[in-house]
Design a protein around this ligand. Structure first.
Ligand SMILES: *Cc1c(COP(=O)(O)O)cnc(C)c1O
Length: 392
């Protein structure tokens, strides 16, 4: 029989039965240290007791009612996200790509609302990834993802990531907004510099554009602050969230300042599932843990330790590993050897990582990772590199 699942993914020949914190247990009984965290989704690792309790309690009570009615759990999560960010308004959806659709619609509506309906174009950057919807693919303009799907949808102008001169030259009377990942994830863990992010803020202020951040991967505590933009000391006008927000439950959101969201009035946008009681209860439970006194400080401490140990691996195996990049627990190991081969060998050794562009493997441990588990993972990297060096 042919495979019933559409073969759009190059899956590793491996399935799991259960997870606990930073560990995954395969159906064949093997145990893995999970430094993939479901691609930065399982912020609290697997089966976190507080989140499991919240989910199971809510599951007995109410899952879904639709947005025809008030949803107190969603209201509470929105208020908490606003209290801990620049935002005043939150819209819940179910995935990252929908959150991206949301910020782009918001930007166009903002200008329309303010009497500049011609401002519809969004500037994006090389190496970007914003999801797989038509709009998100057109925004990122990655030829690999667009191949065979015909012409892109209009409305986007792309410039080099990090280049403010090129950016300024691309602004026209039709420009509505700038959309950027403060740290590119799929693009190979490429962090925008603080100067670049501040420059974007200044350009947006100068030209009356909205600054849209895609923090789908780098947000929700991944960098050691609740949101990556905090490190730059500036704030966007709107931001897309997903991945860590639901800790494994499909939950996305876009958040915005009151001014930026001014056009998003009743009837302008919607989602059937978005912000349902089950999903937002889980979101609140994840946030309970992220906001605990000292939790993010501990992420920063552990991240520094992990980074230092990875740097030591790079120094020891220069023919195999090139450099460590990224911030907090969103790290990339640029490989000299092919990254997909590295990921496969690490997997065979018992460590799960995620390949990205620029020959990088992403190191994305759950934020609850412990020092001893970091040591365990480093041991597996060391053994894998040593075996490789010997064979070469
Ligand atoms: C994962 C990701 C998306 C897309 O999210 P989906 O939930 O897969 O739609 C968009 N932007 C960034 C930066 C991401 O990492």
């Amino acid at each position: 029989m042919t495979e019933a699942l559409m073969p759009t993914y190059a899956r590793a020949p491996l399935a799991f039965e259960r997870g606990e914190g930073a560990y995954l247990y395969a159906t064949d009984g093997r145990r893995f240290v999970d430094f993939s965290a479901g691609i930065a989704v399982n912020a609290l690792g697997h089966a976190h007791p507080h989140v499991v309790a919240a989910l199971t309690q809510q599951a007995q009570k109410l899952w879904h009612v639709s947005n025809l009615f008030e949803i107190p759990e969603a209201k509470r999560l929105a208020e908490r996200l606003c209290a801990h960010s620049f935002a005043d308004r939150v819209f819940f959806c179910n995935s990252g790509t929908e959150a991206i659709e949301g910020v782009i619609k918001l930007a166009r509506k903002y200008h329309h609302h303010n009497g500049r309906p011609e401002r519809t174009r969004v500037i994006t950057f090389t190496g970007a990834f914003h999801g797989r919807s038509w709009t998100a693919l057109s925004a990122a303009n990655n030829p690999k993802h667009l191949e065979g799907f015909g012409p892109v949808s209009g409305g986007f102008d792309q410039v080099a990531f990090g280049n403010l001169n090129e950016l300024r030259a691309a602004i026209t009377d039709e420009t509505a907004a700038i959309l950027v990942e403060p740290i590119q994830g799929e693009g190979g863990i490429r962090a925008a510099s603080t100067d670049f992010l501040r420059g974007l803020r200044a350009v947006c202020d100068e030209f009356g554009l909205l600054l849209l951040f895609d923090e789908i991967q780098c947000g929700m505590g991944r960098t050691g602050k609740l949101f990556a933009y905090e490190w730059a000391g500036i704030a966007p006008d709107a931001m897309a969230l997903a991945k860590g927000l639901g800790g494994g439950f499909p939950l996305g959101a876009f958040v915005a300042s009151e001014a930026a969201a001014a056009g998003m009035t009743a009837g302008t946008h919607g989602s059937t599932y978005g912000g349902n009681p089950l999903g937002t209860t889980v979101g609140n439970a994840v946030l309970d843990v992220l906001l605990k006194e000292g939790f993010l400080e501990e992420v920063v401490r552990k991240a520094a330790y992990l980074r230092q140990r990875l740097e030591a691996m790079v120094a020891r195996f220069p023919a195999i590993l090139g450099e460590v990049r990224g911030q907090g627990l969103m790290l990339g190991l640029k490989c000299v050897v092919p990254n997909t081969e590295m990921a496969a060998r690490l997997r065979d050794a018992g460590l799960l990582v995620v390949p990205a562009a620029e020959n990088v493997v992403r190191i994305l441990p759950p934020l609850v990772i412990e020092d001893a588990q970091i040591d365990e993972a480093i041991g597996l990297i060391e053994r894998t590199c040593a075996g490789w060096a010997e064979a070469a």
